[in-house]
Design a protein around this ligand. Structure first.
Ligand code: SF4
Length: 457
């Protein structure tokens, strides 16, 4: 077993925050330590050769033999006694309870190869100093969206295996970002003027599953790395929070009260893809027609303002006319606010390519046109019912006729607009109350109700 603090030849700065590192165990653990150190150095942290000179100490433990565990516990104790601010990682980290029983004051405990989580814990413990080179990139990162909204990616990959999709093959299984990492990015975006956070991933409601809903801390209280806790934390930032790519899992019910309370937007983007059980089975999608309709009905009793957006695929291999009409009748019952539709296409490498009964192109075209016309009539009714209502909108653009804005029901680029009349001195990012004066199947028209209620400067 080796025990090392950073080599004295490593660069040691003067003003930057300093981290000590104790590395115990085998070469694999040493490589883990090297990776942690590499990442910290790249972020502007310096390394301390002594406990006393460090702002915090990372102890990378070994848990292979009982004797190694004992030595690791001793090392944690030594670091706590000498420095007091200790983050534990490595193999013994899987026995977090044992560590906390011995040393309740450790700042964080993470397991082996949990590089992100260790670095995350360091961020929590010691703020990185300003570095003119590293900080050439603005804290909120470089974005392609307007200043007032931003996409917030909370995980990579996907654990599903939809037969028409190769994303799990390309991007691997679900890998959630640590809770604090996501929240810090969200805070940086809000501090930079963002008024609307668009939460995205391949499967947003599965957030944290791969991390076994690990405990984290946010806002001075314990949280779990899971969808509902993240939604609540994001909802505390005072900006619009919009959830995309949500699977209708039962636990999604938990965020409906946040929507009803106005903490996050009453909007769910759920790609249902179809409604016929036969087609859903061939697609390898889990949702069942009646259950989904029941869930939608229940959600609407929890939050009457809820808008559900979805996408559907027509012309999937094996889709019959009966399957398709079942989809249309499902749409009539579901009364979704926003719907997108795609004609099925083979994707190289997707299992669906090999399915029998491919649907001819002209049938796909015809079903696409029928679905769009069917949904347009539903959307026109749903939006028409809003005439006379007061809404909050956010301004995307301003032209000679007024402002082009969006309501809680409209995600940028994929949903409709609210056209606000008059020259009201509005600017992109302003949020204001309007009264709806007209509606089409996609868009609303409105007049300002009062001066701006909330402006992004
Ligand atoms: S369609 Fe979505 S949920 Fe299905 S495998 Fe692809 S990324 Fe995952």
């Amino acid at each position: 077993m080796t025990k090392t603090l950073p080599d004295k030849n490593m660069p040691i700065g003067t003003d930057a925050p300093k981290i000590g590192l104790v590395s115990l165990g085998c070469p694999k653990a040493l490589v883990d330590s090297e990776r942690i150190v590499t990442r910290l150095r790249a972020e502007g942290y310096e390394l301390s050769p002594s406990y006393e000179g460090a702002d915090a100490v990372v102890v990378n433990t070994c848990g292979f033999l009982n004797s190694a565990k004992e030595e690791s516990l001793q090392a944690i104790g030594e670091a706590l006694a000498s420095n007091g601010r200790v983050i534990v990682t490595g193999c013994l980290g899987v026995e977090a309870e044992r560590i906390r029983d011995h040393y309740p004051d450790v700042l964080a405990v993470t397991g082996p190869q949990a590089y992100e989580a260790v670095v995350e814990a360091v961020h929590e413990a010691v703020l990185r100093a300003h570095d003119p080179l590293l900080d050439l990139v603005p804290p909120q990162g470089i974005r392609f969206t307007p200043r007032h909204y931003a996409y917030l990616k909370i995980s990579e990959g996907c654990n599903h295996s939809c037969s028409f999709c190769i994303i799990p093959h390309l991007r691997g299984p679900l890998r959630s970002r640590p809770f604090g990492d996501v929240m810090r990015e969200a805070e940086r975006l809000v501090a930079a003027g963002v008024q609307e956070l668009l939460v995205i991933s391949q499967d947003t409601s599965a957030y944290g599953l791969d991390l076994e809903y690990a405990e984290a801390a946010w806002g001075g209280r314990p949280v779990e790395t899971r969808f509902a806790d993240l939604a609540e934390a994001l909802g505390s930032l005072g900006v619009w929070v919009r959830m995309h790519y949500v699977y209708p899992y039962p636990h999604v019910d938990q965020i409906l009260p946040l929507m009803a309370d106005g903490q996050i937007l009453p909007y769910l983007d759920i790609p249902f893809q179809h409604a016929s059980p036969r087609v859903l089975k061939a697609m390898r999608r889990p949702a069942r027609r009646e259950k989904t309709l029941e869930r939608l009905a229940r959600w609407r009793t929890q939050c009457s303002e809820l808008a559900v957006r979805s996408t559907f695929i027509v012309g999937f291999p094996g889709e019959t006319e009966d399957d398709f009409t079942e989809l249309l009748s499902w749409l009539s019952e579901a009364r979704l606010a926003r719907v997108g539709c795609f004609k099925y296409e083979d994707v190289d490498g997707a299992p669906a390519n090999a399915l029998p009964d491919q649907v001819p192109e002209e049938v796909k075209d015809e079903r696409y046109a029928r679905l769009m016309a069917h949904q347009q009539a539903i959307s026109a009714e749903v939006l028409g019912a809003r005439v006379g209502e007061a809404l909050e909108v956010i301004v995307d653009d301003v032209d000679a006729e007024g402002a082009i804005a969006r309501s809680h029901w409209d995600a940028p680029d994929i949903d409709g607009n609210v056209f606000v009349d008059g020259d009201n001195g509005l600017r992109p990012g302003d949020r204001l109350s309007v009264k709806v004066t007209g509606a089409s199947e996609y868009d609303l028209w409105a007049s300002p109700l009062c001066p701006r209620t909330d402006a992004a400067v």
